[in-house]
Ligand binder design. Sequence first.
Ligand code: AHR
Length: 521
Amino acid sequence: MTRKYIVIIFALLCMPRVLSAQSTTNTLVVHADATKDTISKYIYGQFAEHLGHCIYGGLWVGENSSIPNTRGIRNDIVAALKKIKVPAIRWPGGCFADEYHWKDGIGPRADRPKMVNSNWGGVTEDNSFGTHEFMDLCEQLGCEPVICGNIGSGTVKEMSEWVQYLTSDGDNPMTALRKKNGREKPWKVKFWCVGNETWGCGGIMSADHYANELGRYSFFLKNYGDNALYKIASGGLPEDDSWTETIMKKWKSTDGWLQGYISGYSLHFYTVNDWNKKGSATAFTENEWFTTLSKTLEMEKLVAKHSAVMDKYDAQRRIGLIVDEWGNWFDVEPGTNPGFLYQQNTLRDAMVAAVNLNIFHKHCDRVKMANIAQMVNVLQAMILTRGKDVVLTPTYYVFKMYSVHQDAALLPVDLQGESYTHGLDSIPALSASASRDKEGRTHISLANLHPSKRENLRCELKGTTGARVAGEIITAGMMNAYNDFGNPEAVNIQPFTGAQLNNGILTVSLPAKSIVTLEVK
Ligand code: AHR
């Protein structure tokens, strides 16, 4: 057979694939006429723990640093975080919360006792970033604090005094102490976690034991003045809905005596394929791209699973599911402290962020807050720092592009689409969500999970018409593209011109491995 015939036969064999790729159409119906729920801005919450360089070096450099700061907090980080409209920060942990004694972190810094951060590298914590510094950070950002109290090694008295110190304006010992430390007026603190991972680093409790502790602690966390606490109960392991059942049953069992004492229930779920072999954040193949995305899609099953149990006891959905730790967890970068959880962040992280935010939007009638782990220099971070230098990660840009959905009305979507098949397994190729903001603009966010295939989408807007469509895109040539010191803008937000609007029908051509947000008005 001549070379010419071999080429023709090969071309014929390839033809059906080429044709089917060209004729592929995914369909999306956006029900703009069926708005019911609001996408809480708190779904865009952050988590900042005393872990590695999240606080020290990342957020806090101290007043005497040569890095420009306001009362010790980095100006560049605050400026960058303001641009993504951070609505809430959970602090001081995590596991750290259950060995943190808040009174060690107030008063003159030179007098604050030191401690060992036994969870994270065994380093010395000098308590220079404490309650006043954290509340200052929240005030500089204009965001809500989410404080995680210590049940594991603390006491009811200690936690209840912390609430009094922060929020009371009365004639009592903690208010006097706060005033002595320079803060006259009380702060407002709404969100309060009553323990963290109490099945593990938060005290190794059983569900029954924790359910009792939850009641005891919650009872003594008082509302001062008009400050109303929103108390968040610790959840069990991600899959453990019997823990959820125990807490919810207890909450309901004795004539609702706990009603008003818990307002939220926590779910933690990290995207990890194998805890013993988490893999590199940057050096990965399509296999790891696929398994990471498959794993992260489990978030939807978990949200549905815990919501179903909660529905049995709280059909009106008054209790929020609070996903206060989520994100990718990979191996630390070579040469860094294994206890510091410092990892790079690629287009794969951006895709994971987009998929999870789309899931939280869809379930916003139950998911009232989420806090990605963690804000700076730890796990799936928004920002990486090295000395005075700063890198904004691909995840940061997803949070920025998606910020249009904060407090917008959810528009339910029906997505019928192609699969992304790798080996013997398949996942949906597309992920989508939509909302309408207070100015009446419709935003549609779309992610094409396929790393090498463009997807075409026909989108029907039901109940709305728009005259114009504009868009933004996050993508890159390589699935492991990332921003680094010296190359900080490899992955960022670019204008998107691949969408057309005709008579209420949008046609969109989504490049492989891309995340797009469209605005229709
Ligand atoms: O985010 C890192 C750790 O993961 C947190 O401290 C803990 O709550 C979780 O196990």
